[in-house]
Design a protein around this ligand. Sequence first.
Ligand SMILES: O=C(O)CCC(=O)C(=O)O
Length: 385
Amino acid sequence: MGLDMMVERNTSDQEEREEEEEEKAAKNRYTKGVKHLLEIGISSVPKDYILPPQDRPRVTDKDLEHGSNFCLPVVDMARLRSLSAADRIQALEAVDKACKEYGFFQVVNHGMNEEGMRRMMAAGRRFFEQGFEERKKWMTSDIRGKVRYGTSFNQINDTVFCWRDFLKLNCQPLQEMLPLCPSSPKDLRDEVVSYVEEIQVLFLEIMAVVLEALGVRKEEALMEEFEEGSHMLIVNYFPPCPNPDLTLGMPPHSDYGFLTLLLQDDVAGLQVYHRDRWFTINPLFNSIVVNIGDHLEIFSNGRYKSVLHRVLVNSTKPRMSIASLHSLPFSSTVRPAAALIDDAGRGRLYKDTDFAAFLNYISSHDANRKSFLETRKLTPNGQRG
Ligand SMILES: O=C(O)CCC(=O)C(=O)O
């Protein structure tokens, strides 16, 4: 080999090594979260956050600010509680319609303490507003951790990163999680306890209503399982983004549990996929957004479907949301309800599943869209689809 060729080859090896080093350093920066990227002074989104053109949102900051004309069905819990048996049937039909047509509804007069909700949101916000040195104490990529500060959607497998940081608290049992929950800001633990206790009561009430709407007898044993059921509280923080047209706060995904109860602040960002289009959900003051998760799709044998949703970011305002994901206990099996399997008509459409299968799946796959649920489907005669 001539001297010139050797020099050229050494130079390109060196360049490759430098590129690899730079890529590693960048990934290391990304795992610290998007708030950290802003803190170190980035002024445009790094290339790993840029979605292919077909997946980018086509909504501007202005559209988000003006709000959309789309409204989710609203369920008034106070009214539902006070109705006569005959009127209740009608109200349950409306819940059934919302679950079938949208997979989402909004709950008002839910009975949660309004001031407590505000304080929980404020304490969560102060957690993210602290310096990185404080936040990073809870940073881990262990998806089984009871408390986890992290970023993006599924940071181990994401091919494109998302503009979101989060604090995930595995709240069942609450007493085991609490000593591990961040103690700064000082009031966070107290606010988490109050919020978790109240939202759990609301979940049980809404779950009972949904079972009634589905036409499944509200068996005591099942309700007891929900009382002991899994409860993941996810505090989401979406900082302002320099290029909101190129990326997303969260990609299109469905939630894994039975129901998710979502509290959002007053900044729009949540979008729901409905009739082949994305619709923005205007934040409705003091309401809770409820959506069907994959486990309820399985339990209902496909009568109710989990629905894709995603989150947009904007260039000026941070946005926060607090999602409560509820399901059966981690050790339980989720399967179609016997009452909803009709041997002569609709056979069993889903395989049994459990959390272990889900966690194994997300540790090795891109879990966006409804990819996990797809692996649980059977053809109508009981074979894998
Ligand atoms: O921030 C939102 O509005 C939605 C959050 C969400 O989809 C989630 O946490 O799974």
